[in-house]
Design a binder for this molecule. Structure first.
Ligand code: E4P
Length: 217
């Protein structure tokens, strides 16, 4: 399983990429708003130059025509741009048209196996089931990830599954167990993944003993 950072904050992306474990980034209009971008295109291009891997950027159009127009322009910003299109009727038409042109699409706001199946049939390069938001309404978000992975594998779809809307490190464990190709994680969750209290205690103890051995304590 690969890891993407789920943020539009350039400083966090720079920090995450330095760790050597991040191969892409996902953004959405809410994350862009939170990051306070003023120049959308420049910010995306800067992220692409830092990550040098797939960077998902979401269209705002509500109809297939406007989605396609926006997506075509965004796709020219960088070779790394992947277009995020919502799992709705207009979105499906846009996914199909863009995929036929060779533009990579990430079907976003995916909440069912049917939506994921349609996304794959329309040619999406990625589908993003939103795990946390399903959990929030009392459904099992990770069960959907597992269902999509097994369906795509059964029918030989090349569409990759991005476990999105990840809220905590246990979601990452479950995404890996479910066979997700990618988990897109907030920076805070990435840091939680590496931290373990026994590691912290272990480091402190080894240092203390090394100092004792050197006669410094
Ligand atoms: C990523 O592609 C999604 O936009 C993001 O994971 C949504 O996360 P949220 O449900 O925490 O807003």
């Amino acid at each position: 399983m690969r890891l993407y950072l789920d943020t539009a904050e350039i400083d966090l992306i720079r920090k995450g990429v330095k760790l050597g474990v991040i191969s892409g980034v996902t953004t959405n209009p809410s994350l862009v708003y939170k990051a306070g971008w003023t120049d959308y295109k420049s910010a995306v291009q800067e992220i692409c130059s830092i990550v040098k891997g797939p960077v998902s950027v979401e269209v705002l159009g509500q109809e297939s025509k406007s989605m396609i127009k926006e997506a075509r322009a965004m796709a020219k910003w960088s070779e790394h741009v992947v277009i995020k299109i919502p799992a709705c009727e207009a979105g499906l038409e846009a996914i199909s048209a863009l995929s036929n042109e060779g533009i990579r699409v990430n079907m976003t706001l995916c909440f069912s196996l049917n939506q994921a199946l349609l996304g794959a049939l329309a040619g999406a390069a990625y589908v993003s089931p939103f795990v946390g938001r399903l959990d929030d309404v009392g459904e099992n978000g990770m069960a959907l990830v597992a269902d999509i992975v097994s369906c795509f594998s059964r029918y030989g779809f090349s569409t990759q599954v991005i476990a999105a809307s990840i809220r905590h490190p246990l979601h990452c464990v479950a995404a890996a167990q479910a066979g997700a190709h990618i988990a897109t994680v907030p920076y805070g969750v990435l840091i939680q993944m590496v931290n373990h209290p026994l590691t912290t205690v272990g480091i402190a103890r080894f240092l203390e003993d090394a100092q004792k051995a050197a006669g410094k304590v």
